[in-house]
Design a binder for this molecule. Structure first.
Ligand SMILES: Cc1cc2nc3c(=O)[nH]c(=O)nc-3n(C[C@H](O)[C@H](O)[C@H](O)COP(=O)(O)OP(=O)(O)OC[C@H]3O[C@@H](n4cnc5c(N)ncnc54)[C@H](O)[C@@H]3O)c2cc1C
Length: 402
């Protein structure tokens, strides 16, 4: 006898990373009915989310991204009240460092962050002011920096577990170890999804499967240009890194002059980024970081945090995220009625998840984008159709690495 899956759902969300979990939660809050959240592995543990550094910042090089980040940050700050539980938010301050040649662009991007975030401050600081704020930083080559006091990091696993918990309390059913193979449609309308162990009938399918996520739509001739990229992080011992006022104190930081990023991890450790590897094969296991990759990353980060050169390593992480050609996500309806995509977060989806989920759920439950509705316009730049139409997102004030 063949196995029988849920006979019917009002919505199937494919992908139990932070994006799928946040969307399932928002759809449940909106009272959508029976929502199935399916993942090919364990929810929250399988994809980019569980490997993520969790950096939180407003500063971006495109105002569209800044607006989503600004709508998301208050959720991380007030997590217990808005979602419930703890997302591990730590306010360390965020600093964006650029060389002299990008000073004007940094001022423009910092102004966009201040505009988008209302009362939250973004200050433009020079090298001496930066050193006073974070003595653990070396400031050679700093042209200008943007300082966001409320920036920092959260714990992506804890945040996703909290979102899942909130969704389950509202009746969302998790289905683990089930791969969505193909979105099903009849006469231009979604009828469900065929999975590795049977079919789920549903008028709504949300594809939120990260690097793997566009495959179930390919059968409908919908090609979303998302490729997998391996991103790495390393953790090192750095006593005092997270102790504000200590001589070793560092912020959560992106340093465009070296292409590196880092953040404290608790009080005495820190994380730093290891350059990503484009066009990675989509296997089940992600290759661990190699010694030579780590050497290059340590050299880059040690330029800004000299103590990192001799800091003993405590561990590494590597994960796959889906990248689009303009390195911005794809969010919106595509193809038959009832298909919605939230994919390709290109190494930056964690910090945007609360706003993306809120706005996507609003669109879905209102039956599509409502013309002229201001909040929904926040998603307009991210539509799946922009690549075919030749309108990728172009940053207003780009840097060397962003
Ligand atoms: C090392 C690293 C560091 C990062 N640092 C940051 C950071 O500092 N700040 C930040 O904002 N972002 C960061 N990111 C990026 C961020 O983590 C991702 O953009 C975000 O987690 C993407 O979430 P997601 O839910 O779209 O995808 P994922 O977390 O990858 O989840 C997708 C899920 O969908 C499931 N799935 C896929 N296809 C199917 C299918 N057909 N059927 C069933 N299940 C399916 C997968 O098993 C997976 O569980 C980092 C990423 C990595 C890897």
């Amino acid at each position: 006898m063949s196995p029988v899956l849920h006979a019917h759902a009002d919505a199937v969300v494919v992908g139990g990373g932070v994006i799928g979990a946040a969307i399932a939660h928002r759809l449940a809050l909106a009272g959508l009915g029976r929502i199935v959240l399916c993942d090919q592995g364990r929810v929250s543990a399988q994809g980019a989310t569980s490997r993520s550094g969790g950096l939180l910042r407003l500063h971006h090089t495109s105002a569209a991204d800044t607006r989503l980040a600004a709508r998301s940050l208050p959720v991380f700050e007030q997590w217990a009240d808005v979602i419930g539980g703890d997302c591990g938010y730590r306010r360390t301050g965020f600093v964006m460092i650029v060389g002299e040649e990008h000073a004007d662009g940094l001022r423009q991007n910092a102004a966009a962050a201040s505009d988008a975030a209302g009362y939250r401050r973004t200050e433009v600081v020079d090298a001496a002011e930066l050193k006073a704020l974070y003595p653990g930083l070396r400031t050679e080559g700093v042209g200008l920096a943007a300082y966001e006091p409320e920036g920092g990091y959260a714990d992506p696993l804890a945040a996703t577990a909290a979102l899942l918990g909130a969704a389950y309390r509202l009746g969302v059913s998790p289905s683990e170890g089930i791969r969505a193979v193909k979105v099903l449609e009849r006469a231009g309308t979604v009828t469900g999804v065929l999975t590795s162990i049977g079919r789920i009938d549903s008028p709504l399918v949300v594809l939120a499967g990260g690097a793997w996520g566009s495959a179930p739509a390919e059968y409908l001739g919908i090609h979303i240009p998302v490729t997998a990229r391996r991103i790495g992080l390393a953790q090192a011992e750095l006593p005092g890194a997270g102790r504000r006022g200590s001589a070793a104190s560092v912020p959560t930081c992106i340093d465009d002059t070296t292409g590196s990023y880092f953040r404290p991890d608790g009080l005495d450790r820190f994380y730093f980024g290891v350059p990503s590897k484009p066009d990675t094969e989509l296997g089940r296991d992600v290759e661990p970081l190699t010694e030579s990759e780590l050497e290059a990353a340590i050299a880059a980060v040690a330029h800004r945090v000299p103590a990192a050169a001799a800091a003993p390593l405590a561990g590494t992480r590597s994960g796959l995220d889906g990248y689009t050609p303009d390195k911005r996500p794809v969010v919106g309806a595509a193809g038959p009625d009832g298909l919605y995509l939230a994919l390709g977060f290109s190494g930056g989806g964690f910090k945007l998840a609360p706003a993306v989920a809120e706005l996507a759920a609003l669109e879905i439950t209102e039956g599509g984008a409502v013309p002229g509705k201001a909040v929904q316009q926040l998603l307009e730049p991210y539509r799946p159709q922009r690549f075919l139409a030749g309108h990728p997102i172009r940053p207003e004030a780009p840097y060397d690495h962003m």
